[in-house]
Design a protein around this ligand. Structure first.
Ligand code: EPU
Length: 353
C-alpha cells in the first residue's frame, strides 16, 4: 500500500524523539497476545511491520515509510522474590525505562541506578544492550521474554542466549525484526555494591552524601542532565554513533599521531575509541546544517533544531563520517536504528547492506 492522503497516513513525528517529519501507512498499539498474533499474521503475509517503543533510538529517515508501526503497550511490574542472592523482578516491555529504575531504587533494590535517565521503554533496552557509567543492561538481566513473529508463539531467552555485546544483541544483529520483546526478568543483587568507576561519578556521589542506590541515581541524573539534551526540548536520540572498536595495533599507530586519543581496553586485542572525542577533534561540535546539528555540549549527539528534515540528517551523518574517516581513518557506524522508506537488507534478514 502506498502512502497517499487517501490512505490516512499516520504522523510519525511525535512518535520518535528525533522528531523528523515522517508518515506511515498504519499505527497499532500492542495491548494483548491477540495483537501480537495479528502482527505475526501480517508479517508472515509479507507486509512490513515496524515495532516501536518510545521512539528514542529509532529515526525515521525518509518522509514516507511503507509499513504499519506497532507501538509496544504491554505494561506491568512484578516482584518474583529472592533467589540466587538477588531480588528478582519482571517488567513488561511497554514500561518506561527511567520510571522503572526509580521504582526499583524506591523499593530498596539497587542495581539499575547507573542506567537512570536513559530515554525509552524497557523492551527496547535488550535490543541494543543499553549501557552507561560502567554498567550494561546485560549485567542485570536473567531472562528476556518475547513473541516470535516467524512462528506466532511466545518464547524466552536466557542471558547467554541473548548474545549481548557492546550495543548489540541477538535481537539487533541476529534476527532483526523477528522477536517482539514482551518482558524482562532482572536479577538485582541483595548484597548491593556501588559502581563508581566511570568518569566523575564517584566525586558526584560524594558531593551528594552517603553512598546508596539513591545517591548514585541522583548523581547519574545530575551528570546526564548537564551533558545530554532533553528530547522534549531539542530532538535527539542520545548517542548517534557507536564508539568504534579497533585493533590494538591500529590504536597504537593512531596514538603516535594523536597522543590525547581517548581510548579504553575492549578485550581480545581490541580498543574502544570515544566517538564523541573523534568528532570533537574534527571541529564539528556545534556544527549545524539545514536544521540539524552536532550538539554543542556532547559531539556524539546529533540534534534536530526544530525544522530538520530527513535529507538534512542523512547529509550531516555522511559529513561527520567522512570528516572522522579523513582525519583518523576510522569508520563511525550509527548506534541508532535508521528506518528507511522500504526495508534495508538487514531489516529483511538478508546478508550485506
Ligand atoms: N568527549 C569529547 N568531546 C565530546 C564528547 C566526548 O572530548 O564532545 C570525550 C569525553 O571527554 C570523554 C570521552 O569522550 O573523555 C567519552 O565521553 P562520555 O563520557 O560523554 O561518553 P561517550 O563515550 O560519549 C557513552 C555512551 C553513552 C553513555 C556514556 C556514559 C555510547 C555510544 N555512548 O558515551 O550512552 O551515557 O558513555 O557511560 O556508548 C547512548 O547510548 O545513547 C548514551 C548516551
Amino acid at each position: 500500500m502506498s502512502c497517499t492522503p487517501a490512505t490516512h497516513c499516520v504522523d510519525l513525528q511525535p512518535l520518535h524523539t528525533f522528531a523528523l517529519p515522517a508518515k506511515a501507512t498504519g499505527l497499532r498499539v500492542i495491548r494483548s497476545s491477540a495483537d501480537l498474533q495479528e502482527m505475526a499474521q501480517h508479517q508472515q503475509a509479507g507486509e512490513r511491520q515496524i515495532l516501536l517503543g518510545e521512539g528514542s533510538n529509532t529515526v525515521f529517515v525518509e518522509p514516507v515509510i511503507h509499513a504499519t508501526v506497532w507501538k509496544m503497550g504491554l505494561t506491568g511490574r512484578q516482584y518474583l522474590g529472592i533467589y540466587n542472592q538477588c531480588h528478582n523482578i519482571r517488567v513488561m516491555a511497554g514500561e518506561n525505562w527511567h520510571q522503572t529504575v526509580e521504582w526499583t531504587v524506591a523499593m530498596g533494590w539497587g542495581g539499575l541506578e547507573n542506567l537512570a535517565l536513559i530515554p525509552g521503554s524497557v523492551g527496547a533496552g535488550p535490543v541494543q544492550n543499553i549501557g552507561a557509567y560502567g554498567l550494561e543492561l546485560k549485567d542485570r538481566v536473567s531472562a528476556v521474554h518475547a513473541f516470535d513473529l516467524a512462528k506466532g508463539t511466545g518464547c524466552s531467552f536466557s542471558l547467554e542466549e541473548c548474545q549481548f555485546g557492546y550495543r548489540d544483541s541477538l535481537f539487533k544483529s541476529g534476527y532483526p525484526g523477528r522477536y517482539v520483546i514482551t518482558a524482562i526478568d532482572f536479577a538485582l543483587p541483595v548484597a548491593w555494591q556501588p559502581m563508581l568507576g566511570y568518569g566523575d561519578v564517584a566525586q558526584r556521589v560524594k558531593d551528594i552524601g552517603p553512598t546508596s542506590p539513591a545517591s548514585v541515581l541522583r548523581a547519574v541524573c545530575a551528570i546526564r542532565t548537564e551533558k545530554l539534551p532533553d528530547p522534549a526540548v531539542l530532538g535527539n536520540c542520545g548517542s548517534f554513533f557507536k564508539n568504534p572498536v579497533i585493533g590494538e595495533e591500529t590504536a597504537l599507530a593512531l596514538l603516535k599521531n594523536f597522543p590525547q586519543l581517548v581510548h579504553y581496553p575492549a578485550g581480545q586485542g581490541l580498543v574502544k575509541l570515544a566517538a564523541g572525542w573523534l568528532i570533537d577533534q574534527c571541529g564539528l561540535r556545534g556544527f549545524s546544517t539545514g536544521g540539524v546539528g552536532v550538539y554543542s555540549r556532547q559531539a556524539l549527539i546529533l540534534v534536530n533544531q526544530g525544522n530538520g528534515q530527513a535529507e538534512h540528517l542523512l547529509s550531516l551523518v555522511g559529513h561527520v563520517q567522512e570528516q572522522v574517516h579523513l582525519k583518523f581513518g576510522v569508520q563511525l557506524e550509527p548506534e541508532v536504528n535508521l528506518v528507511f522508506s522500504v526495508p534495508t537488507r538487514q531489516e529483511a534478514g538478508l546478508p550485506g547492506s
